[in-house]
Design a binder for this molecule. Structure first.
Ligand code: SF4
Length: 321
């Protein structure tokens, strides 16, 4: 049965698959660099958002060499708005390693790819699959939903539960097309709400459809976010410039610019606030207007903020200015 399902899906994909700039129908993409960049961008970011960023990125850094030579600030500015800046820093670091040790090329094996900064098991599988057409099993949110419904799995799931079932369906000859196909099925037909089962190549075999429980699946374990508060200080001089500082400590936001802020208790009184959701944290900052700087930093006029990469949270503060 899996073999039939694989063939049915591949056939559906030839007609109905999406055209995206980082992949081709009928085999591997000829530019492994483009595959790598798109894969990292697509982690936690939607295809619609990535489309613009990807095109801009490839125009600015058309090769691994040009990326390796670029200044980190320029890299972060090009990434600005997508969040999860560690990804951009790692891509930059990785490009330098590729120039130093791999002749400016991405390696062709999973094991070698896994030695590179910022390339984990998911990215390594995706690169092998989309750039080299290997029969790698790639399990993202779309794949989890489709497989869980196909097999009618009603319990709470994690990617590891789905992997063996997804692997059984993976095409040995058409790794790239198959991975694109199942992702497209999830994104366009087997959608989280109102799946279009009438258009689905797997409709006859799908257990969730037979039982009419499509929308109750998948049950994905929810992570409770911790709530945190703090204050962000808008300090302006008489030239209309604001005090900003660059984050130097290692961590998620390293290298980005910000208005000085501190974590702490919620202050009583009326404040404009900005809220941002990180993976495990919901952070709300109260905006405090200060006259006297008690922080180190540099003075920058709002018209020049575009030259400084700010985190998404700080961009929300800028919008309030
Ligand atoms: S039949 Fe419906 S629920 Fe089942 S895989 Fe297809 S779209 Fe998803």
């Amino acid at each position: 049965m899996p073999h039939n399902l694989t063939e049915q899906l591949l056939k559906w994909y030839q007609k109905n698959g999406r055209d995206l700039p980082w992949r081709v129908k009928g085999g591997a993409h000829s530019n492994a660099y483009a595959v790598w960049i798109s894969e990292i961008m697509l982690q936690q970011t939607t295809v619609a958002t990535v489309m613009d960023y990807f095109n801009r990125w490839m125009t600015k850094f058309p090769s691994i060499e040009s990326l390796a030579k670029a200044d980190l600030n320029e890299v972060l500015l090009t990434w600005q708005g997508m969040g999860y800046y560690t990804r951009a820093r790692k891509i930059h670091e990785c490009a330098k390693v590729l120039m130093q040790k791999y002749n400016g090329q991405l390696p062709h094996t999973r094991d070698e790819l896994l030695k590179l900064p910022g390339i984990g098991p998911y990215s390594a599988s995706s690169i092998c699959c989309f750039a080299y057409n290997m029969p790698e099993t790639v399990v993202d949110g779309n794949v989890m939903r489709v497989i869980a419904r196909l097999y009618g799995i009603t319990k709470e799931i994690v990617a590891n539960d789905i992997y063996p079932l997804a692997q059984e369906l993976t095409s040995q000859q058409h790794g790239a097309d198959y991975a694109s196909a199942i992702m497209d099925l999830g994104a366009t037909v087997c959608t989280p709400i109102h799946p279009k089962c009438a258009l689905c190549p797997w409709a006859k075999s799908c257990i969730a459809k037979q039982k009419g429980i499509q929308e109750q699946i998948p049950q994905i374990k929810k992570i409770n976010k911790k709530e945190m508060y703090g204050q962000v200080y808008l300090i302006q001089n008489n030239q209309g410039e604001y005090l900003i500082r660059q984050r130097t400590e290692k961590g998620l936001l390293h290298g980005l610019w910000e208005f000085p802020w501190t974590e702490g208790e919620k202050l009583s009184g009326k404040f404009t606030t900005v809220t941002h959701i990180f993976t495990h944290i919901k952070l709300t900052l109260q905006i405090v207007h200060e006259e006297h700087p008690k922080f180190d930093g540099i003075w920058v006029h709002p018209k020049n903020f575009k030259d400084y990469p700010f985190s998404k949270l700080m961009q929300k503060v800028i919008q309030k200015i």
